[in-house]
Design a binder for this molecule. Structure first.
Ligand SMILES: [Zn+2]
Length: 381
């Protein structure tokens, strides 16, 4: 069956729940959305491949391709949404509602609508005119583990050269963002009665030295890296959680610190982790305190696509805006990593994402469809 008209596409995508959440009780699969998209792209003449990520939890990616060649354009997005707070929604999150020139619903901005607009842009496309392939990529679990993006290799997207991820950027192109990592540092000393310091070895006092070293390192990083395109132009490090000891009259035997680092493009997570280890080892040498570090989540690399790349030039021309830097992370580093020049550009406002009464302003629909048509003309026809 050919895809329905735009409001029908939006309505069906919003009605299919696909919440991803680290709480397994709330987490849902995205397979329903993937199968619906596969049906529509099938009907439009695409070859569709569903890549199962987690069969038990119904998580999958969709790769739909039309045309052949080695310099294809990828239009990409995630099909999961965040959970919603029912008490704070004025509208039904799973029912598309049009009100005051807006479409309301969970995922209208972030980012199911993007797929509907892609279909709108290619409805009239004559496959015979394609000189390079057009590839639609729909992923799972962007909001949590990014397992969908992580499962992609160059083998899955062999004809892809350029990509646009349609996250809500209010139609402004983004070509770089910071990375993110969260690490735990655990120190173990020896507990003992406070009346005699020789009876123990304070992990808390050792943490004091570790914190001084971390803050010194932060200064060094902020001296070494500065990118004025970002609102906060330097890499940041936040000491966000600390716990140690149990009683004022006991020497603290164990202390844990959790930190968050937001690296700039050019800084690699592995290298930062290695540096933390080196500094801990130096700071604690000879102290009798042992340490352990733990990665609290896999982290996301910083992303930068060079301003000279054809995809950057093309979107800057089509939007009449310079590509900027964003304060949030996306799946873009995973695509860049497999050799696809990637930018982020889509309808909807980032402030609408993850909020009650999430909406897409109707006025952004036609301009986005025009941008998509322009991209296809530039790279595929
Ligand atoms: Zn998103």
């Amino acid at each position: 069956m050919p895809p329905p008209k735009l409001s029908g596409l939006l309505q069906q995508l919003i009605a299919l729940p696909s919440i991803s959440c680290t709480d397994p009780g709330i987490d849902q699969g995205n397979l329903g959305v993937i199968e619906q998209l596969a049906d529509w792209f099938d009907a439009l003449g695409f070859a569709t491949e569903i890549q199962l990520i987690d069969a038990e939890r119904n998580k999958a990616n969709l790769i739909a391709t039309i045309g052949s060649g080695n310099e294809g354009l990828v239009l990409a997005g995630h099909t999961d949404t965040v959970p919603y707070d029912a008490n704070r929604w004025q509208f039904d999150p799973f029912k598309l509602t049009e009100d005051s020139q807006r479409f309301y619903g969970l995922g209208t901005a972030d980012m199911k609508s993007f797929f509907a607009l892609v279909i709108e842009a290619i409805r009239e496309l004559d496959p015979g005119t394609l000189k390079q392939p057009l590839i639609i990529l729909a992923t799972a679990d962007e909001e949590t583990s990014m397992s969908g993006a992580k499962a992609l290799t160059a083998k899955h997207l062999p004809n892809a050269r350029h990509a646009v991820i349609g996250e809500p950027t209010s139609l402004k192109p983004i070509r770089m963002h910071k990375g993110m990592m969260m690490e735990s540092i655990q120190l173990t000393g020896l507990a003992g009665h406070s009346s005699n310091p020789d009876l123990g070895n304070s992990a808390l006092e050792a943490m004091h030295r570790v914190i001084s070293e971390l803050l010194k390192w932060r200064d060094e990083l902020q001296q070494a890296y500065n990118n004025p395109l970002f609102n906060v132009p330097v890499p940041t490090m936040n000491l966000g959680h600390i716990h140690g000891g149990d009683n004022p009259n006991r020497i603290c035997g164990h202390c844990e610190l959790q930190i968050d680092i937001r690296p700039l493009p050019g800084m690699k997570l592995d290298e930062l982790r290695y540096e933390i280890d080196q500094r801990l080892s130096r700071t604690l040498a000879g102290s009798g305190i042992s340490y352990q570090t733990q990665t609290l989540f896999d982290g996301i690399e910083a992303m930068e696509t060079d301003a000279t790349r054809p995809i950057v030039k093309a979107v800057e021309k089509l939007t009449a805006s310079d590509a900027e830097a964003a304060a949030y992370a996306t799946e873009a580093p995973y695509l860049n990593n497999i050799g696809i020049d990637t930018i982020v550009l889509g309808p909807g406002h980032i402030q609408q994402a993850h909020q009650p009464d999430e909406y897409l302003a109707l006025e952004q629909i036609n301009p986005m469809v025009a941008i998509l048509k322009g991209l296809i003309r530039e790279f595929c026809l």
